[in-house]
Ligand binder design. Structure first.
Ligand SMILES: [Zn+2]
Length: 374
């Protein structure tokens, strides 16, 4: 998701901050520092409004992080691998790499987030009462109690991919036994919620609440996109369910020997035949892969003096077994942002699978499906 900075690792889960998070931090500080706190507490010294605004904004994002950590920890407990948590302009996301195995798992992973926010709201309210002598601190804690309650309730709205939408999906999945249908239903509800938010944002805009209106409309727009991409993702997974890599790969692919000059690879394969990558094999089997992006870092004057084995990439992560599911290959392709994977049986290269092989198949299946529906 664009430019992110890793700030910490909690319980083995990498925590990232997206660049837009800084915008959100500023906007929340500003809204609270010039709007909320001066309106609610008109008698403070001027600088205290900004201090309270900044402190509240940081604690708000810490609350969002705790909410996401709750999702992530339950996901790990249910055996669902994670790539981490990212905080960005609209809050946080836990990137869970696989769909839940059962509706029950999906339910628990989803519901723990709002439950955590409710618990935080109660804890902040209690703490606010305990320090009621300290006016500013108590005001900050009360604001956090309110905002965590709001987060809990907002996330329970039953539109996918909000937590409430996931609960709805889990219920529909349990009833129909069909994940794709359940996702379509929950994503449909997500679209309704998204459009209502956008409409409300526009209404606010025309009633003179510029920032609130734009903010609401953007959250609606973001939810709309997220609902759509989740629906498509599940549709793709359903299309490829049970299909093995070996069925879609290019078998017996061409390969280069390790001592091939880079210049030969560029002239004969890239320019002449339009190939973007080729595996490299030596006497023992697969040694690596060379692609156009490996060549890009090498000055052209060195192309003929350098062999492909000098600049090839080797990573077991760029290999997939022939009997792996195609969805696993898709996941590797997008995770490592590459266009092809080598299909390897032990150390023997048996094929090459590319994004375009998979997409062609997807298109073919969708055309067949579309015809079948008529
Ligand atoms: Zn959540």
């Amino acid at each position: 998701m664009g430019t992110t900075i890793r700030i910490a690792r909690i319980a083995g889960i990498p925590i990232h901050i997206h660049i837009t998070w800084l915008i959100a931090l500023f906007l929340v500080t500003w809204t609270l520092g010039v709007g909320y706190y001066p309106n609610e507490y008109p008698n403070w010294d001027g600088y205290l409004y900004w201090a309270a605004g900044g402190g509240s904004a940081l604690l708000l994002f810490l609350s969002v992080l705790v909410h996401e950590l709750a999702h992530s920890l339950v996901a790990l407990d249910k055996g669902l691998p994670l790539s981490g948590i990212t905080l960005f302009i609209f809050g946080g996301v836990s990137a869970i790499k696989l769909e839940a195995h059962t509706p029950g798992d999906e339910f628990w992973v989803a519901v723990v987030g709002p439950v955590t926010s409710l618990a935080l709201a109660a804890a902040f309210a209690l703490a606010g009462d305990l320090v009621s002598g300290a006016a500013v601190l108590s005001a900050i804690l009360r604001y956090l109690a309110f905002i965590n309650l709001f987060l809990a309730l907002f996330n329970l709205v039953p539109g996918f991919p909000l937590d409430g939408g996931r609960v709805l999906r889990a219920a529909a999945w349990a009833i129909t036994g069909n994940l794709a249908k359940a996702t379509a239903l929950a994503a449909g509800a997500g679209h309704v919620v998204a459009f209502l938010l956008m409409a409300w944002g526009v209404f606010q805009l025309f009633s003179g609440n510029l920032l609130g209106g734009v903010w609401t409309a953007f959250i609606g727009w973001f939810l709309h996109g997220a609902a759509e991409s989740s629906r498509q993702e599940v549709a793709v997974q359903e299309t490829f369910r049970g299909i093995k890599v070996s069925a879609l790969m290019e078998p017996d692919p061409e390969y280069l020997s390790p001592d091939t000059p880079v210049g030969t690879f560029v002239r004969e394969q890239v320019l002449h035949r339009g190939r973007r990558a080729l595996p490299i094999c030596d006497g023992n089997g697969l040694a690596g892969i060379i692609s156009v992006s490996d060549v890009k870092v090498l000055p052209e004057t060195l192309w003929d003096a350098t062999t492909v084995s000098d600049i090839m990439t080797w990573s077991p992560l760029l290999c997939v077994a022939p009997d792996a599911e195609v969805t696993e290959a898709l996941q590797l392709l997008s995770e490592h942002q590459v266009n092809q994977l080598m299909v390897v049986d032990g150390r023997t290269l048996v094929g090459l699978i590319t994004r375009s092989h998979i997409l062609d198949h997807l298109q073919f299946r969708q055309e067949l499906g579309a015809r079948g529906n008529r």
